[in-house]
Design a protein around this ligand. Structure first.
Ligand code: FAD
Length: 472
């Protein structure tokens, strides 16, 4: 006999688990199907983000940053420490316990909100049905009023560098190195490559990042990307632009990587190689041929602005659909869809999604870049404020970078904000809120900011939009 639910969610990552909790909170009977198992064959909730993405990477970034601060910066505060060392196993154990705490927390939230957690691989059939195959191959059918697909994404691979999970690893493998590689290659100079490269560089790896594109962080504001590139170089990251990897071969316990640049052919030998060339939507064995759900030309599930697929009562959210592959984007889509199923007129503002690279300093952005505004022919004003003129940043010995604010030349409405600097992930959120409320740069300029705070750099950048900054 099949079980019946108002809503069946496939996938328990940040898109799926949030959608399931919201649907249950709105009074709908809800099940969430997840196929990820732990080493005891128990269902593991939380998806990429909690298990092998956002959370574990930030745990390692925080540990490695503390190591760098202890080694390089405490002396300037008058604190002396005898040559600090890093116990990599202890660092990984801390990371794993944070992951366990958070994934276990979702199980608790499901219980608290009455979401039924179902272990197995879900497949969308026609007519509002989901087929679930459990770990022993037993098949059952769920009947759903509405289906939300939140199957997420997996690391993309490239033929010249096949992942062997020993010497050549993807982003998940890069979270598990049991010792610090002496020489570490990273294919891909995007968000994930820079974050994971930073972790191991801070612990002593000689890191070479090979990026095929000529332009560093091309989707970021060019001025901020340039500044970030300079800072990362100063930190010792060897970032080679226009470097196309043609072959990666394991030889005598090391990886020999061949790549070409405009200067010719090159070979580098690394102890480990991370392939961080992006992610692709996970749609294998997910859709029956008559499900009515279609894919777009890039393999993402095709959805409209409200995350509806081409099939009636079937929605898709998160990394498996178009848009930035970010946890918070997926979660908000999950909330929107649950509310729409419940009959509410929910929608999502795709123009106001912050993005962050959690290096040190962090690089954070919301809204349009200067190059986008130029390309769109928008008349804009710019306000830039460097952290070197911010008292709190100086007091913390953390004054690299700047805040850049872009506003419409005529209406003064904030169009974008781009930050490289300390705590920029949290600073940019202030501008996200301002933009969500349709604020002008003057609205921020007229707001009282506490002193001394890093936030004052946001205030000064807003003042600088009209040439009114005080401290530059
Ligand atoms: P996922 O998290 O991928 O979850 C999908 C879930 O669905 C998985 O648990 C999977 O097992 C399950 N599933 C798939 N198919 C089926 C099926 N047929 N049946 C049952 N279950 C199924 N984003 C940020 O916003 N901030 C960050 O700092 C950040 N850092 C990252 C660092 C790394 C190293 C990586 C790899 C990613 C990072 N991301 C970050 C991206 C973020 O992890 C993803 O955007 C997010 O996890 C997507 O959420 P999702 O729910 O769509 O999919």
């Amino acid at each position: 006999m099949s079980q019946k639910f108002d809503v069946v969610v496939i996938g328990s990552g940040p898109a799926g688990y949030v959608a399931a909790i919201k649907a249950a909170q709105l009074g709908m009977s809800t099940a969430c199907v997840e196929m990820w198992l732990d080493d005891k064959d128990k269902v593991k909730l939380g998806g990429t983000c909690l298990n092998v993405g956002c959370i574990p990477s930030k745990a390692l970034l925080d540990s490695s940053q503390k190591f760098v601060e202890t080694r390089d910066q405490l002396a300037s505060h008058g604190i002396s420490v005898n040559s600090p060392s890093m116990d990599v196993k202890a660092m990984l154990a801390r990371k794993n316990s944070i992951v366990d705490q958070l994934t276990g927390g979702i199980a608790g939230l499901f219980k608290h909100n009455g979401v039924t957690s179902i272990s197995g691989r879900g497949k969308v059939l026609a007519g509002g049905k989901v087929e679930v195959t459990d770990k022993d191959g037993k098949v059952s059918i769920l009947e759903a009023g509405d289906i939300i697909i939140a199957a997420g994404s997996v690391p993309a691979e490239i033929p010249p560098a096949p992942v062997d999970n020993e010497f050549i690893v993807d982003s998940s493998g890069a979270l598990e190195f049991s010792e610090v590689p002496k020489r570490l290659g990273v294919i891909g100079g995007g968000v994930i490559g820079l974050e994971l490269g930073s972790v191991w560089a801070r612990l002593g790896s000689e890191v070479v990042v090979l990026e095929a594109l000529e332009e560093f962080l091309p989707t970021m504001d060019a001025q901020i990307a340039k500044e970030a590139g300079k800072i990362f170089k100063k930190q010792g990251l060897d970032i080679r632009m226009g470097a196309r990897v043609t072959k990666a071969e394991v030889k005598d316990g090391a990886v020999e990587v061949s790549f070409s640049t405009s200067a010719g052919e090159h070979v580098e030998v690394f102890d480990k190689l991370i392939v961080a060339v992006g992610r692709r939507p996970r749609t294998e064995n997910l859709l029956a041929s008559d499900s009515g759900v279609t894919l777009d030309e890039r393999g993402f599930i095709y959805v409209n602005d409200y995350c509806r697929t081409e099939a009636r009562h079937v929605y898709a959210v998160g990394d498996v659909v178009r848009g930035p592959m970010l946890a918070h984007k997926g979660s908000e889509e999950g909330v929107m869809v649950a509310e729409r199923i419940a009959g509410k007129p929910a929608q999502m503002n795709y123009d106001c999604i912050p993005s962050v690279i959690y290096t040190h300093p962090e690089v954070a952005a919301v809204g349009k870049t200067e190059q986008q505004l130029k390309a769109e022919g928008v008349d804009y004003k710019t306000g830039v404020f460097p952290f070197v003129a911010n008292g709190r940043a100086l007091a913390a010995n953390d004054s690299d970078g700047m805040v850049k604010m872009l506003a419409d030349a005529e209406t003064d409405r904030i169009l974008g904000c781009h930050i490289v600097g300390p705590s920029s992930a949290d600073l940019v959120q202030q501008v996200v809120i301002a933009m969500e409320f349709g604020s002008s740069a003057e609205d921020l300029a007229l707001t009282v900011f506490g002193h001394p705070t890093l936030s004052e750099a946001v205030h000064e950048a807003a003042l600088a939009v009209d040439g009114q900054a005080i401290h530059i």
